[in-house]
Design a protein around this ligand. Structure first.
Ligand code: SF4
Length: 351
């Protein structure tokens, strides 16, 4: 990494932030509780997506005590569509620990925060600095990209060695105060100015006079692109079982999306004939089966390729683990992940 001597790094950054910070709901009133919720929601998720979820969440769960007590079903319904649902379960566990061990007060130190479920080094640094103005760094992918470009770092940024170098660079440039604003300003530059994929807005950037990548026309090669591991592809057949305008859903008990409701499904891509045979083998009394279409959903490490069938059932029967849901239940009561939205939308529109 080349050396950049710039004593006014933080003052340039903060002056830019004072003039360009976006108005965001969690910035109006950055109480520790609101910062905790926003930082967990912002993990792997864009600001624009988070805003309506944050606003709804804060209205329903006004403090850490209400979050600690909420039922899992209601929590998942509030989180529905935001993805990475484990964040929601971890957030509730974190709230319970804060209520039990910290009298409901979100801890202020990185060391204490990092012990809580779902809170890693980045989130701990962000909460500590933004909510309590503690001296802490928060290094995420955005910050790594910005600093790599400024310093001309062409090494593999996924290694812990390079992450430590970047953290040290940032630590050495923290201001005397305004630690929270510094953290938010770094995030803001990464989010709205120093964009990934070779399209940064360098002419609007507070660091354009010193940035190695900009001055050497290398924003498209810094940071170094590393190949991501290939996603696993899984084929699934999804069943839209309907009886008297109600749809069958079931709760996932473990693994990906556990605790949420899903449409019954089986591994593999069934044909119409296989679907008939399957229903017969289960003893379901079927009036007709109709193919609905294919859909896919991409998770961070896995891709589902789905094939869906409408199965109209002739008689009422209860099947272990199934819940019958009306349209109203689907909209307002049960949390069904986005992965199934193609088929759920079909049900809402056509039944
Ligand atoms: S000058 Fe361009 S590449 Fe450098 S930090 Fe700013 S936006 Fe990023």
């Amino acid at each position: 990494m080349s050396k950049v001597q710039n004593p006014s790094f933080s003052s340039k950054l903060l002056a830019w932030y004072d003039n360009h910070a976006r108005v965001l709901p969690w910035r109006d009133d950055p109480t520790p509780y609101r910062v905790l919720i926003s930082e967990i929601m912002l993990q792997q998720t864009r600001v624009e997506t988070v805003i309506p979820y944050f606003e709804r969440f804060i209205i329903r769960l006004t403090d850490i005590f209400s979050l600690a007590k909420i039922s899992d079903d209601e929590l998942f319904k509030l989180w529905e569509g935001l993805g990475y649902y484990r964040r929601a379960s971890n957030l509730k566990r974190t709230a319970q620990i804060i209520v039990d061990q910290y009298k409901g007060i979100v801890p202020n130190s990185v060391d204490a925060l990092i012990q809580l479920p779902g809170i890693g080094a980045y989130t701990a640094g962000a909460i500590s600095s933004i909510a309590y103005n503690q001296k802490a760094t928060a290094i995420d992918g955005n910050v790594i990209r910005v600093i790599s470009r400024i310093t001309g770092n062409k090494k593999n940024t996924t290694t812990s060695e390079v992450k430590k170098e970047i953290e040290k660079f940032v630590w050495n440039r923290l201001p005397m105060n305004r630690f929270g604003d510094f953290t938010q300003a770094m995030m803001e530059v990464g989010a709205i100015i120093c964009l990934p994929n070779g399209t940064p807005k360098c002419n609007e950037c507070p660091f354009s006079d010193e940035c190695y990548a900009f001055l050497h026309n290398q924003t498209d090669v810094i940071p170094l692109k590393t190949s991501k591991p290939k996603r696993l592809v899984e084929e699934l057949t999804v069943f839209i079982y309907i009886y008297q305008n109600q749809i069958a859903i079931r709760k996932r008990e473990e693994g990906l999306l556990s605790g949420l409701f899903e449409l019954p499904n089986e591994q593999g891509k069934f044909t119409h004939a296989m679907c008939e045979e399957y229903c017969n083998s289960k003893g379901y009394r079927v009036s007709n089966i109709q193919m609905i279409g294919t859909s896919k959903h991409i998770f961070s490490h896995i891709e589902w390729k789905m094939n869906g069938f409408l199965v109209n059932l002739e008689s009422d029967f209860s099947i272990e683990h199934w819940t019958w849901a009306t349209k109203n239940d689907v909209l307002n009561k049960y949390s069904i992940p986005k992965a199934f939205s193609f088929y759920i939308d079909w049900f809402l529109l056509n039944r």
